[in-house]
Design a binder for this molecule. Structure first.
Ligand SMILES: Nc1ncnc2c1ncn2[C@@H]1O[C@H](COP(=O)(O)OP(=O)(O)O)[C@@H](O)[C@H]1O
Ligand SMILES: [Mg+2]
Length: 601
Protein backbone atom coordinates (compact mmCIF):
# COMPACT_ATOMS: atom_id res chain seq x y z
CA UNK A 1 0.00 0.00 0.00
CA UNK A 2 1.42 3.31 -1.01
CA UNK A 3 0.45 6.52 0.61
CA UNK A 4 -1.84 8.36 -1.74
CA UNK A 5 -3.43 11.76 -1.99
CA UNK A 6 -6.80 10.13 -1.52
CA UNK A 7 -5.91 9.38 2.10
CA UNK A 8 -5.08 12.94 2.95
CA UNK A 9 -7.22 15.23 5.02
CA UNK A 10 -8.31 18.01 2.80
CA UNK A 11 -11.20 20.21 1.95
CA UNK A 12 -13.38 22.58 3.86
CA UNK A 13 -14.42 22.33 7.45
CA UNK A 14 -17.99 22.74 6.46
CA UNK A 15 -19.69 21.69 3.29
CA UNK A 16 -23.43 22.01 3.45
CA UNK A 17 -24.19 19.44 0.76
CA UNK A 18 -21.98 16.94 2.54
CA UNK A 19 -23.51 17.81 5.88
CA UNK A 20 -27.01 17.32 4.55
CA UNK A 21 -26.02 13.91 3.33
CA UNK A 22 -24.46 12.99 6.67
CA UNK A 23 -27.63 14.09 8.38
CA UNK A 24 -29.75 11.75 6.26
CA UNK A 25 -28.20 8.94 8.30
CA UNK A 26 -29.94 10.42 11.32
CA UNK A 27 -33.38 10.20 9.70
CA UNK A 28 -34.25 6.80 11.20
CA UNK A 29 -33.42 8.19 14.64
CA UNK A 30 -35.19 11.53 14.24
CA UNK A 31 -37.05 11.32 17.55
CA UNK A 32 -33.95 10.52 19.57
CA UNK A 33 -32.04 13.34 17.90
CA UNK A 34 -34.90 15.74 18.66
CA UNK A 35 -34.88 14.77 22.33
CA UNK A 36 -31.13 15.09 22.39
CA UNK A 37 -31.23 18.62 21.01
CA UNK A 38 -33.91 19.61 23.53
CA UNK A 39 -31.73 18.22 26.30
CA UNK A 40 -28.83 20.18 24.91
CA UNK A 41 -30.76 23.43 25.33
CA UNK A 42 -31.53 22.41 28.90
CA UNK A 43 -27.88 21.63 29.62
CA UNK A 44 -26.93 25.00 28.22
CA UNK A 45 -29.55 26.77 30.36
CA UNK A 46 -28.46 24.92 33.48
CA UNK A 47 -24.89 26.02 32.83
CA UNK A 48 -25.99 29.64 32.75
CA UNK A 49 -27.83 29.55 36.07
CA UNK A 50 -25.14 29.18 38.81
CA UNK A 51 -23.41 32.59 38.50
CA UNK A 52 -26.79 34.28 38.41
CA UNK A 53 -27.83 32.45 41.58
CA UNK A 54 -24.64 33.66 43.23
CA UNK A 55 -25.54 37.20 42.23
CA UNK A 56 -29.02 36.83 43.71
CA UNK A 57 -27.62 35.47 46.94
CA UNK A 58 -25.10 38.26 47.32
CA UNK A 59 -27.35 41.14 46.32
CA UNK A 60 -30.50 40.04 48.13
CA UNK A 61 -29.28 38.37 51.28
CA UNK A 62 -25.60 39.15 51.90
CA UNK A 63 -25.75 42.93 51.61
CA UNK A 64 -24.91 44.23 55.14
CA UNK A 65 -27.35 47.11 54.55
CA UNK A 66 -30.16 44.72 53.69
CA UNK A 67 -33.51 45.77 55.16
CA UNK A 68 -34.49 42.09 55.64
CA UNK A 69 -34.60 40.36 59.01
CA UNK A 70 -31.87 37.89 59.92
CA UNK A 71 -34.35 35.02 59.60
CA UNK A 72 -35.48 36.08 56.15
CA UNK A 73 -31.84 36.37 55.04
CA UNK A 74 -30.93 32.89 56.26
CA UNK A 75 -34.10 31.51 54.75
CA UNK A 76 -33.42 33.15 51.37
CA UNK A 77 -29.81 32.00 51.36
CA UNK A 78 -30.85 28.48 52.16
CA UNK A 79 -33.39 28.51 49.36
CA UNK A 80 -30.80 29.70 46.83
CA UNK A 81 -28.27 27.13 47.97
CA UNK A 82 -30.96 24.49 47.50
CA UNK A 83 -31.83 25.71 44.01
CA UNK A 84 -28.12 25.80 43.23
CA UNK A 85 -27.71 22.12 44.11
CA UNK A 86 -30.87 21.17 42.24
CA UNK A 87 -29.75 23.07 39.16
CA UNK A 88 -26.39 21.30 39.23
CA UNK A 89 -28.03 17.93 39.64
CA UNK A 90 -30.55 18.55 36.88
CA UNK A 91 -27.75 19.81 34.67
CA UNK A 92 -25.83 16.64 35.37
CA UNK A 93 -28.85 14.46 34.60
CA UNK A 94 -29.65 16.31 31.39
CA UNK A 95 -26.05 16.19 30.27
CA UNK A 96 -25.82 12.49 31.05
CA UNK A 97 -29.04 11.69 29.16
CA UNK A 98 -28.01 13.87 26.25
CA UNK A 99 -24.58 12.28 26.02
CA UNK A 100 -25.97 8.80 26.22
CA UNK A 101 -28.64 9.42 23.59
CA UNK A 102 -26.28 11.03 21.14
CA UNK A 103 -23.63 8.34 21.57
CA UNK A 104 -26.31 5.73 21.09
CA UNK A 105 -27.46 7.35 17.86
CA UNK A 106 -23.83 7.73 16.77
CA UNK A 107 -23.18 4.03 17.31
CA UNK A 108 -26.33 3.11 15.37
CA UNK A 109 -25.28 5.31 12.49
CA UNK A 110 -21.80 3.74 12.50
CA UNK A 111 -23.36 0.30 12.50
CA UNK A 112 -25.55 1.19 9.53
CA UNK A 113 -22.69 2.81 7.65
CA UNK A 114 -20.35 -0.13 8.10
CA UNK A 115 -23.05 -2.48 6.82
CA UNK A 116 -23.66 -0.25 3.85
CA UNK A 117 -19.97 0.04 2.96
CA UNK A 118 -19.31 -3.66 3.35
CA UNK A 119 -22.24 -4.73 1.22
CA UNK A 120 -21.21 -2.16 -1.33
CA UNK A 121 -17.67 -3.55 -1.41
CA UNK A 122 -19.02 -7.05 -1.93
CA UNK A 123 -20.75 -5.90 -5.08
CA UNK A 124 -17.70 -4.23 -6.57
CA UNK A 125 -15.95 -5.88 -9.49
CA UNK A 126 -12.37 -7.08 -9.20
CA UNK A 127 -10.83 -4.25 -11.17
CA UNK A 128 -11.97 -1.96 -8.37
CA UNK A 129 -9.81 -3.89 -5.94
CA UNK A 130 -6.90 -3.75 -8.38
CA UNK A 131 -7.02 0.03 -8.01
CA UNK A 132 -7.81 0.32 -4.31
CA UNK A 133 -5.33 -1.17 -1.88
CA UNK A 134 -6.70 -3.20 1.00
CA UNK A 135 -5.34 -0.77 3.56
CA UNK A 136 -7.29 2.10 2.09
CA UNK A 137 -10.58 0.21 1.97
CA UNK A 138 -10.12 -0.97 5.53
CA UNK A 139 -9.58 2.62 6.60
CA UNK A 140 -12.93 3.56 5.05
CA UNK A 141 -14.72 0.91 7.05
CA UNK A 142 -12.97 1.53 10.33
CA UNK A 143 -11.32 4.84 11.09
CA UNK A 144 -13.24 6.96 8.59
CA UNK A 145 -16.53 5.71 10.01
CA UNK A 146 -15.19 6.33 13.49
CA UNK A 147 -14.20 9.90 12.65
CA UNK A 148 -17.59 10.52 11.10
CA UNK A 149 -19.19 9.39 14.31
CA UNK A 150 -17.32 12.12 16.11
CA UNK A 151 -19.19 14.64 14.01
CA UNK A 152 -22.33 13.59 15.80
CA UNK A 153 -21.05 12.92 19.27
CA UNK A 154 -18.45 15.59 19.83
CA UNK A 155 -18.37 17.77 16.75
CA UNK A 156 -21.80 19.08 15.90
CA UNK A 157 -23.36 18.53 19.31
CA UNK A 158 -20.57 20.17 21.22
CA UNK A 159 -20.48 23.05 18.80
CA UNK A 160 -24.20 23.60 19.33
CA UNK A 161 -23.66 23.49 23.07
CA UNK A 162 -20.74 25.91 22.91
CA UNK A 163 -22.63 28.31 20.69
CA UNK A 164 -25.77 28.20 22.86
CA UNK A 165 -23.69 28.77 25.95
CA UNK A 166 -21.78 31.62 24.39
CA UNK A 167 -24.91 33.38 23.18
CA UNK A 168 -26.57 32.78 26.54
CA UNK A 169 -23.65 34.27 28.45
CA UNK A 170 -23.52 37.26 26.12
CA UNK A 171 -27.21 37.89 26.63
CA UNK A 172 -26.98 37.61 30.43
CA UNK A 173 -23.93 39.90 30.53
CA UNK A 174 -25.69 42.54 28.46
CA UNK A 175 -28.73 42.23 30.70
CA UNK A 176 -26.63 42.62 33.84
CA UNK A 177 -24.67 45.63 32.66
CA UNK A 178 -24.32 46.70 29.05
CA UNK A 179 -21.22 48.85 29.52
CA UNK A 180 -19.28 46.19 31.39
CA UNK A 181 -20.47 43.57 28.91
CA UNK A 182 -19.01 45.57 26.04
CA UNK A 183 -15.73 45.88 27.93
CA UNK A 184 -15.66 42.10 28.39
CA UNK A 185 -16.21 41.64 24.67
CA UNK A 186 -13.31 44.01 23.88
CA UNK A 187 -10.85 41.14 23.87
CA UNK A 188 -12.93 38.94 21.64
CA UNK A 189 -11.21 39.96 18.37
CA UNK A 190 -7.83 39.05 19.88
CA UNK A 191 -9.22 35.75 21.02
CA UNK A 192 -10.62 34.92 17.63
CA UNK A 193 -7.38 35.93 15.96
CA UNK A 194 -5.35 33.60 18.13
CA UNK A 195 -7.88 30.83 17.61
CA UNK A 196 -7.51 31.34 13.88
CA UNK A 197 -3.73 31.09 14.00
CA UNK A 198 -3.94 28.03 16.22
CA UNK A 199 -6.41 26.37 13.92
CA UNK A 200 -4.20 26.87 10.89
CA UNK A 201 -1.17 25.50 12.75
CA UNK A 202 -2.95 22.48 14.15
CA UNK A 203 -4.54 21.74 10.83
CA UNK A 204 -1.17 21.74 9.14
CA UNK A 205 0.48 19.51 11.67
CA UNK A 206 -2.57 17.28 11.81
CA UNK A 207 -2.29 16.72 8.08
CA UNK A 208 1.37 16.02 8.48
CA UNK A 209 0.69 13.48 11.20
CA UNK A 210 -1.88 11.68 9.03
CA UNK A 211 0.45 11.66 6.08
CA UNK A 212 3.30 10.24 8.13
CA UNK A 213 1.13 7.66 9.85
CA UNK A 214 0.04 6.51 6.39
CA UNK A 215 3.69 6.27 5.33
CA UNK A 216 4.54 4.19 8.41
CA UNK A 217 1.54 1.93 7.81
CA UNK A 218 2.53 1.34 4.22
CA UNK A 219 6.10 0.58 5.27
CA UNK A 220 5.00 -1.77 8.04
CA UNK A 221 2.58 -3.62 5.84
CA UNK A 222 5.27 -4.27 3.29
CA UNK A 223 7.86 -5.23 5.83
CA UNK A 224 5.70 -7.54 7.87
CA UNK A 225 4.36 -9.37 4.81
CA UNK A 226 7.83 -9.40 3.34
CA UNK A 227 9.57 -10.47 6.56
CA UNK A 228 10.85 -13.74 5.05
CA UNK A 229 12.64 -11.84 2.28
CA UNK A 230 13.98 -9.27 4.72
CA UNK A 231 15.44 -12.06 6.83
CA UNK A 232 16.68 -14.23 3.97
CA UNK A 233 18.58 -11.32 2.46
CA UNK A 234 19.70 -9.91 5.80
CA UNK A 235 18.01 -6.60 5.18
CA UNK A 236 17.05 -6.02 8.82
CA UNK A 237 19.57 -3.28 9.40
CA UNK A 238 18.67 -1.31 6.26
CA UNK A 239 14.97 -1.64 6.88
CA UNK A 240 15.46 -0.65 10.50
CA UNK A 241 17.27 2.50 9.41
CA UNK A 242 14.46 3.31 7.01
CA UNK A 243 11.92 2.78 9.75
CA UNK A 244 13.90 4.98 12.11
CA UNK A 245 13.65 7.77 9.56
CA UNK A 246 9.91 7.40 9.16
CA UNK A 247 9.39 7.08 12.90
CA UNK A 248 11.40 10.23 13.56
CA UNK A 249 9.32 12.13 11.02
CA UNK A 250 6.10 11.08 12.71
CA UNK A 251 7.54 12.07 16.07
CA UNK A 252 8.44 15.51 14.73
CA UNK A 253 4.96 16.00 13.32
CA UNK A 254 3.41 15.14 16.68
CA UNK A 255 5.79 17.45 18.53
CA UNK A 256 4.84 20.24 16.14
CA UNK A 257 1.16 19.85 16.94
CA UNK A 258 1.91 19.66 20.66
CA UNK A 259 3.72 22.98 20.33
CA UNK A 260 0.65 24.56 18.82
CA UNK A 261 -1.46 23.39 21.74
CA UNK A 262 1.17 24.39 24.25
CA UNK A 263 1.14 27.94 22.96
CA UNK A 264 -2.57 28.29 22.34
CA UNK A 265 -4.07 27.35 25.67
CA UNK A 266 -1.83 29.59 27.79
CA UNK A 267 -2.63 32.43 25.37
CA UNK A 268 -6.31 31.91 26.03
CA UNK A 269 -5.56 31.89 29.76
CA UNK A 270 -3.71 35.18 29.52
CA UNK A 271 -6.47 36.80 27.49
CA UNK A 272 -9.08 35.59 29.91
CA UNK A 273 -7.02 36.93 32.86
CA UNK A 274 -6.74 40.29 31.18
CA UNK A 275 -10.50 40.30 30.65
CA UNK A 276 -11.06 39.54 34.30
CA UNK A 277 -8.64 42.32 35.31
CA UNK A 278 -10.63 44.70 33.11
CA UNK A 279 -13.88 43.56 34.69
CA UNK A 280 -12.35 43.97 38.16
CA UNK A 281 -11.18 47.46 37.38
CA UNK A 282 -14.22 48.80 35.54
CA UNK A 283 -16.74 46.68 37.43
CA UNK A 284 -15.06 47.42 40.77
CA UNK A 285 -15.26 51.16 39.99
CA UNK A 286 -18.90 50.61 39.18
CA UNK A 287 -19.47 48.99 42.57
CA UNK A 288 -17.71 51.88 44.33
CA UNK A 289 -19.76 54.37 42.34
CA UNK A 290 -22.84 52.24 43.04
CA UNK A 291 -23.73 51.81 39.35
CA UNK A 292 -23.20 48.06 39.69
CA UNK A 293 -24.17 45.71 42.48
CA UNK A 294 -21.50 43.61 44.16
CA UNK A 295 -23.33 40.43 43.22
CA UNK A 296 -23.40 41.45 39.58
CA UNK A 297 -19.62 41.93 39.66
CA UNK A 298 -19.06 38.45 41.08
CA UNK A 299 -21.46 36.98 38.51
CA UNK A 300 -19.64 38.87 35.76
CA UNK A 301 -16.29 37.39 36.72
CA UNK A 302 -17.75 33.91 36.83
CA UNK A 303 -19.42 34.33 33.45
CA UNK A 304 -16.25 35.71 31.93
CA UNK A 305 -14.40 32.59 33.02
CA UNK A 306 -17.06 30.42 31.44
CA UNK A 307 -17.07 32.58 28.37
CA UNK A 308 -13.54 31.91 27.23
CA UNK A 309 -13.55 28.15 27.58
CA UNK A 310 -16.09 27.44 24.81
CA UNK A 311 -14.20 29.70 22.45
CA UNK A 312 -11.01 27.72 22.86
CA UNK A 313 -13.03 24.50 22.60
CA UNK A 314 -14.59 25.72 19.40
CA UNK A 315 -11.31 25.83 17.57
CA UNK A 316 -10.68 22.22 18.51
CA UNK A 317 -14.17 21.27 17.41
CA UNK A 318 -13.45 22.92 14.14
CA UNK A 319 -10.67 20.43 13.52
CA UNK A 320 -12.91 17.52 14.39
CA UNK A 321 -15.50 18.82 11.99
CA UNK A 322 -12.93 19.22 9.31
CA UNK A 323 -11.59 15.71 9.53
CA UNK A 324 -15.14 14.37 9.72
CA UNK A 325 -15.95 16.19 6.51
CA UNK A 326 -12.87 14.71 4.86
CA UNK A 327 -13.79 11.23 6.09
CA UNK A 328 -17.36 11.49 4.94
CA UNK A 329 -16.21 12.72 1.58
CA UNK A 330 -14.06 9.62 1.20
CA UNK A 331 -16.82 7.31 2.44
CA UNK A 332 -19.36 8.80 0.08
CA UNK A 333 -16.81 8.66 -2.72
CA UNK A 334 -16.63 4.92 -2.15
CA UNK A 335 -20.39 4.50 -1.92
CA UNK A 336 -20.92 6.55 -5.07
CA UNK A 337 -18.68 4.34 -7.18
CA UNK A 338 -21.25 1.99 -8.63
CA UNK A 339 -20.26 -1.55 -9.46
CA UNK A 340 -19.67 -1.88 -13.18
CA UNK A 341 -20.33 -5.58 -13.39
CA UNK A 342 -23.94 -6.13 -12.38
CA UNK A 343 -26.88 -8.41 -13.01
CA UNK A 344 -28.91 -7.68 -16.14
CA UNK A 345 -32.40 -6.20 -15.77
CA UNK A 346 -34.07 -9.51 -16.56
CA UNK A 347 -31.57 -12.29 -15.97
CA UNK A 348 -31.96 -15.29 -18.24
CA UNK A 349 -32.10 -18.52 -16.25
CA UNK A 350 -29.25 -20.96 -16.85
CA UNK A 351 -30.79 -24.25 -17.97
CA UNK A 352 -29.20 -27.38 -16.59
CA UNK A 353 -27.93 -28.08 -20.05
CA UNK A 354 -24.88 -29.40 -21.73
CA UNK A 355 -22.32 -26.77 -20.78
CA UNK A 356 -20.89 -25.53 -24.06
CA UNK A 357 -18.48 -22.60 -23.78
CA UNK A 358 -17.79 -20.27 -26.68
CA UNK A 359 -15.44 -17.28 -26.85
CA UNK A 360 -16.41 -15.13 -29.82
CA UNK A 361 -13.84 -12.54 -30.97
CA UNK A 362 -13.02 -11.56 -27.42
CA UNK A 363 -10.68 -8.64 -26.82
CA UNK A 364 -9.88 -7.26 -23.41
CA UNK A 365 -7.65 -4.79 -21.62
CA UNK A 366 -7.20 -4.24 -17.87
CA UNK A 367 -5.93 -0.74 -18.52
CA UNK A 368 -7.14 1.35 -21.42
CA UNK A 369 -4.80 1.08 -24.38
CA UNK A 370 -3.04 -2.07 -23.16
CA UNK A 371 -4.93 -4.89 -24.76
CA UNK A 372 -4.00 -8.26 -23.27
CA UNK A 373 -6.39 -10.45 -25.29
CA UNK A 374 -6.80 -9.87 -29.00
CA UNK A 375 -9.71 -11.31 -30.89
CA UNK A 376 -9.75 -14.64 -29.09
CA UNK A 377 -12.25 -17.21 -30.39
CA UNK A 378 -12.63 -20.83 -29.40
CA UNK A 379 -15.35 -23.33 -28.62
CA UNK A 380 -15.35 -25.98 -25.94
CA UNK A 381 -17.93 -28.66 -26.69
CA UNK A 382 -20.10 -30.02 -23.86
CA UNK A 383 -18.08 -32.44 -21.78
CA UNK A 384 -14.87 -31.62 -23.66
CA UNK A 385 -11.61 -31.06 -21.80
CA UNK A 386 -9.40 -28.34 -23.08
CA UNK A 387 -6.01 -27.16 -21.85
CA UNK A 388 -4.72 -23.65 -22.37
CA UNK A 389 -0.95 -23.31 -22.42
CA UNK A 390 1.43 -20.46 -23.07
CA UNK A 391 4.20 -18.40 -21.55
CA UNK A 392 3.68 -16.42 -18.40
CA UNK A 393 1.79 -13.25 -19.21
CA UNK A 394 0.18 -14.74 -22.33
CA UNK A 395 -3.29 -14.03 -20.96
CA UNK A 396 -4.32 -17.46 -19.67
CA UNK A 397 -5.59 -16.30 -16.27
CA UNK A 398 -7.34 -13.42 -17.99
CA UNK A 399 -9.47 -15.91 -19.92
CA UNK A 400 -10.66 -17.40 -16.63
CA UNK A 401 -11.33 -13.95 -15.18
CA UNK A 402 -13.56 -13.15 -18.13
CA UNK A 403 -15.45 -16.43 -18.02
CA UNK A 404 -16.48 -15.90 -14.39
CA UNK A 405 -17.19 -12.24 -15.16
CA UNK A 406 -14.64 -10.92 -12.70
CA UNK A 407 -14.06 -8.52 -15.55
CA UNK A 408 -16.24 -7.87 -18.59
CA UNK A 409 -14.99 -8.36 -22.13
CA UNK A 410 -13.99 -5.30 -24.08
CA UNK A 411 -15.07 -6.55 -27.49
CA UNK A 412 -16.80 -9.75 -28.58
CA UNK A 413 -18.80 -12.03 -26.29
CA UNK A 414 -18.65 -15.16 -24.24
CA UNK A 415 -21.49 -17.65 -24.57
CA UNK A 416 -22.54 -20.52 -22.38
CA UNK A 417 -24.99 -22.82 -24.11
CA UNK A 418 -25.56 -20.12 -26.67
CA UNK A 419 -26.42 -17.36 -24.21
CA UNK A 420 -24.20 -14.34 -23.59
CA UNK A 421 -22.94 -14.65 -20.00
CA UNK A 422 -23.88 -11.02 -19.41
CA UNK A 423 -27.54 -12.03 -19.68
CA UNK A 424 -27.33 -14.26 -16.62
CA UNK A 425 -27.44 -13.29 -12.99
CA UNK A 426 -23.90 -13.27 -11.58
CA UNK A 427 -24.81 -15.71 -8.85
CA UNK A 428 -26.26 -18.17 -11.39
CA UNK A 429 -23.22 -17.90 -13.60
CA UNK A 430 -20.80 -18.45 -10.77
CA UNK A 431 -22.83 -21.35 -9.47
CA UNK A 432 -22.71 -22.93 -12.89
CA UNK A 433 -19.05 -22.40 -13.59
CA UNK A 434 -16.75 -23.61 -10.84
CA UNK A 435 -13.46 -21.81 -10.86
CA UNK A 436 -10.33 -23.00 -9.11
CA UNK A 437 -7.84 -20.18 -8.89
CA UNK A 438 -4.11 -20.51 -9.05
CA UNK A 439 -3.53 -19.26 -5.53
CA UNK A 440 -5.78 -21.13 -3.17
CA UNK A 441 -7.18 -18.75 -0.62
CA UNK A 442 -8.16 -20.25 2.70
CA UNK A 443 -10.34 -18.46 5.22
CA UNK A 444 -9.71 -18.63 8.92
CA UNK A 445 -11.98 -21.43 10.11
CA UNK A 446 -11.78 -25.19 10.00
CA UNK A 447 -11.20 -27.52 7.07
CA UNK A 448 -14.90 -28.29 6.62
CA UNK A 449 -15.70 -24.58 6.53
CA UNK A 450 -13.07 -24.09 3.87
CA UNK A 451 -14.79 -26.69 1.71
CA UNK A 452 -18.44 -25.72 2.08
CA UNK A 453 -17.69 -22.03 2.86
CA UNK A 454 -20.46 -22.00 5.44
CA UNK A 455 -23.17 -23.08 2.99
CA UNK A 456 -25.73 -24.76 5.21
CA UNK A 457 -27.39 -26.77 2.46
CA UNK A 458 -24.21 -28.82 2.14
CA UNK A 459 -24.11 -31.65 4.64
CA UNK A 460 -20.96 -32.75 6.40
CA UNK A 461 -21.60 -36.15 4.87
CA UNK A 462 -21.28 -34.62 1.42
CA UNK A 463 -18.14 -32.73 2.37
CA UNK A 464 -16.55 -36.01 3.45
CA UNK A 465 -17.75 -37.84 0.38
CA UNK A 466 -16.28 -35.29 -1.98
CA UNK A 467 -13.03 -35.08 -0.03
CA UNK A 468 -12.61 -38.83 -0.22
CA UNK A 469 -13.40 -38.81 -3.93
CA UNK A 470 -10.83 -36.10 -4.53
CA UNK A 471 -8.04 -37.78 -2.50
CA UNK A 472 -8.13 -35.11 0.20
CA UNK A 473 -9.50 -37.29 2.97
CA UNK A 474 -6.18 -38.96 3.71
CA UNK A 475 -4.37 -35.80 4.67
CA UNK A 476 -7.41 -34.31 6.39
CA UNK A 477 -7.74 -37.33 8.65
CA UNK A 478 -4.08 -37.13 9.51
CA UNK A 479 -4.67 -33.67 11.02
CA UNK A 480 -5.26 -33.79 14.78
CA UNK A 481 -8.65 -32.14 14.45
CA UNK A 482 -9.63 -33.84 11.18
CA UNK A 483 -12.35 -31.88 9.40
CA UNK A 484 -12.53 -29.53 12.35
CA UNK A 485 -8.85 -28.70 12.37
CA UNK A 486 -8.47 -24.91 12.34
CA UNK A 487 -6.70 -23.53 9.32
CA UNK A 488 -4.26 -20.72 10.06
CA UNK A 489 -4.52 -17.41 8.33
CA UNK A 490 -4.25 -17.94 4.57
CA UNK A 491 -3.75 -21.63 5.25
CA UNK A 492 -0.05 -21.28 5.91
CA UNK A 493 -0.08 -24.51 7.87
CA UNK A 494 -1.08 -26.57 4.81
CA UNK A 495 1.21 -27.53 1.96
CA UNK A 496 0.62 -26.32 -1.58
CA UNK A 497 -0.61 -29.74 -2.67
CA UNK A 498 -3.00 -30.04 0.25
CA UNK A 499 -4.40 -26.64 -0.47
CA UNK A 500 -4.94 -27.63 -4.10
CA UNK A 501 -6.89 -30.70 -3.09
CA UNK A 502 -9.01 -28.59 -0.73
CA UNK A 503 -9.76 -26.16 -3.52
CA UNK A 504 -10.90 -29.04 -5.75
CA UNK A 505 -13.25 -30.25 -3.03
CA UNK A 506 -14.53 -26.70 -2.59
CA UNK A 507 -15.38 -26.42 -6.28
CA UNK A 508 -16.90 -29.88 -6.47
CA UNK A 509 -19.43 -29.67 -3.64
CA UNK A 510 -21.50 -27.44 -5.90
CA UNK A 511 -21.57 -30.02 -8.68
CA UNK A 512 -20.88 -27.52 -11.43
CA UNK A 513 -21.46 -28.26 -15.13
CA UNK A 514 -18.41 -26.33 -16.18
CA UNK A 515 -15.05 -26.44 -14.57
CA UNK A 516 -12.31 -23.89 -14.92
CA UNK A 517 -8.99 -24.54 -13.32
CA UNK A 518 -5.85 -22.46 -13.10
CA UNK A 519 -3.24 -24.98 -12.17
CA UNK A 520 -0.82 -24.01 -9.44
CA UNK A 521 2.64 -23.39 -10.84
CA UNK A 522 4.54 -24.46 -7.77
CA UNK A 523 5.77 -27.99 -7.98
CA UNK A 524 4.76 -30.59 -5.46
CA UNK A 525 6.36 -33.86 -4.50
CA UNK A 526 5.80 -36.85 -6.74
CA UNK A 527 3.32 -38.55 -4.45
CA UNK A 528 1.14 -35.45 -4.08
CA UNK A 529 1.48 -34.83 -7.80
CA UNK A 530 0.08 -38.25 -8.38
CA UNK A 531 -2.83 -37.61 -5.98
CA UNK A 532 -3.58 -34.28 -7.62
CA UNK A 533 -3.55 -35.72 -11.13
CA UNK A 534 -5.84 -38.52 -10.10
CA UNK A 535 -8.14 -36.00 -8.39
CA UNK A 536 -8.17 -33.86 -11.48
CA UNK A 537 -9.16 -36.76 -13.68
CA UNK A 538 -12.11 -37.50 -11.41
CA UNK A 539 -12.79 -33.81 -11.11
CA UNK A 540 -13.09 -33.29 -14.84
CA UNK A 541 -15.01 -36.48 -15.56
CA UNK A 542 -18.28 -35.71 -17.33
CA UNK A 543 -17.77 -31.94 -17.14
CA UNK A 544 -16.84 -29.32 -19.63
CA UNK A 545 -13.36 -28.40 -18.43
CA UNK A 546 -10.93 -25.67 -19.21
CA UNK A 547 -7.57 -26.14 -17.55
CA UNK A 548 -4.67 -23.78 -17.60
CA UNK A 549 -1.99 -26.38 -17.60
CA UNK A 550 1.51 -26.14 -16.29
CA UNK A 551 2.06 -29.86 -15.96
CA UNK A 552 2.72 -32.36 -18.63
CA UNK A 553 0.68 -34.98 -16.82
CA UNK A 554 -2.35 -32.71 -16.95
CA UNK A 555 -2.02 -32.18 -20.65
CA UNK A 556 -2.14 -35.92 -21.17
CA UNK A 557 -5.76 -36.07 -20.00
CA UNK A 558 -7.23 -33.35 -22.18
CA UNK A 559 -8.89 -33.67 -25.56
CA UNK A 560 -7.47 -30.53 -27.07
CA UNK A 561 -4.81 -27.91 -26.38
CA UNK A 562 -5.08 -24.20 -27.11
CA UNK A 563 -1.78 -22.33 -27.31
CA UNK A 564 -1.94 -18.70 -26.30
CA UNK A 565 0.81 -16.26 -27.17
CA UNK A 566 0.75 -12.53 -26.40
CA UNK A 567 -3.03 -12.65 -26.03
CA UNK A 568 -3.64 -14.48 -29.31
CA UNK A 569 -4.51 -18.07 -30.05
CA UNK A 570 -1.64 -19.27 -32.18
CA UNK A 571 -2.18 -23.02 -32.28
CA UNK A 572 -4.91 -25.46 -31.46
CA UNK A 573 -5.07 -29.24 -31.58
CA UNK A 574 -4.19 -32.46 -29.79
CA UNK A 575 -0.84 -32.98 -28.14
CA UNK A 576 0.29 -35.16 -31.02
CA UNK A 577 -0.88 -32.78 -33.74
CA UNK A 578 0.81 -29.85 -32.14
CA UNK A 579 4.07 -31.67 -31.54
CA UNK A 580 4.27 -32.81 -35.10
CA UNK A 581 3.56 -29.28 -36.29
CA UNK A 582 6.80 -28.09 -34.70
CA UNK A 583 5.40 -24.67 -33.73
CA UNK A 584 5.26 -22.78 -30.46
CA UNK A 585 3.76 -25.72 -28.61
CA UNK A 586 6.60 -28.03 -29.48
CA UNK A 587 9.00 -25.31 -28.36
CA UNK A 588 7.15 -24.86 -25.08
CA UNK A 589 7.08 -28.58 -24.67
CA UNK A 590 10.79 -28.83 -25.24
CA UNK A 591 11.51 -26.06 -22.79
CA UNK A 592 9.09 -26.85 -20.06
CA UNK A 593 7.72 -30.29 -20.25
CA UNK A 594 10.60 -32.34 -21.51
CA UNK A 595 12.52 -31.69 -18.30
CA UNK A 596 9.54 -32.65 -16.23
CA UNK A 597 9.13 -35.86 -18.11
CA UNK A 598 12.70 -36.76 -17.35
CA UNK A 599 11.99 -35.98 -13.76
CA UNK A 600 14.15 -32.88 -13.59
CA UNK A 601 11.99 -30.35 -11.75
N1 LIG B 1 -5.28 -7.05 -12.68
C1 LIG B 1 -4.49 -6.70 -13.70
N2 LIG B 1 -4.33 -5.42 -14.02
C2 LIG B 1 -3.54 -5.05 -15.04
N3 LIG B 1 -2.87 -5.91 -15.82
C3 LIG B 1 -2.98 -7.22 -15.56
C4 LIG B 1 -3.80 -7.68 -14.47
N4 LIG B 1 -3.72 -9.03 -14.44
C5 LIG B 1 -2.90 -9.37 -15.45
N5 LIG B 1 -2.46 -8.30 -16.12
C6 LIG B 1 -1.59 -8.32 -17.31
O1 LIG B 1 -2.25 -9.00 -18.33
C7 LIG B 1 -1.36 -9.86 -19.04
C8 LIG B 1 -1.89 -11.30 -19.00
O2 LIG B 1 -1.85 -11.76 -17.68
P1 LIG B 1 -2.36 -13.18 -17.25
O3 LIG B 1 -3.66 -13.43 -17.89
O4 LIG B 1 -2.32 -13.24 -15.78
O5 LIG B 1 -1.23 -14.10 -17.86
P2 LIG B 1 -0.94 -15.64 -17.60
O6 LIG B 1 -1.98 -16.18 -16.69
O7 LIG B 1 -0.97 -16.24 -18.96
O8 LIG B 1 0.42 -15.71 -17.02
C9 LIG B 1 -0.02 -9.71 -18.39
O9 LIG B 1 0.72 -8.80 -19.18
C10 LIG B 1 -0.32 -9.10 -17.05
O10 LIG B 1 0.73 -8.25 -16.64
MG1 LIG C 1 -1.74 -16.99 -14.78
Amino acid sequence: MRYSEADEVQGKAYDSALMRRILTYLTPYKKLVGISIALLLLVSAFQLAPPYLVKLAIDNYLDPDSPLTMGARYGGLFKIAGVFVIVLMLGFAASYAQDYLMSFVGQRVMFDLRMQIFSHLQRMELSYFDKNPVGRLMTRLTSDVEVLNETFTSGVVAIFLDVFTLLGIMAVLCYLNLRLALITFLLLPLLFASALVFRAKVRKSYRLVRKRVAAINAFLQENITGMPIVQIFNRQKRQFEKFTGLNKKLYDAHIQSIMAYAVFFPTIEILSSIAIALILWFGGSGVIEETLTFGALVAFIQYAQRFYRPISDLSEKYNILQSAMASSERIFGLLDTSPRITDPEKPAPIPAKSGEVVFENVSFSYNPGEEVLHDVSFRVAPGEKVAIVGYTGAGKTTIINLLSRFYDVGKGRILIDGEDIRNHALSDLRGHVATVLQDVFLFSGDIAYNIDLGEESISEQKVREISRHINAEKFIERLPGGYHEKVGERGKTLSVGERQLLSFARALVYEPRILVLDEATSSVDTETEHLIQDAMKKFMAGRTSIVIAHRLSTIRYVDRIIVLHHGRIVEEGTHKDLLSRGGLYSKLYELQYKDQEKGIY
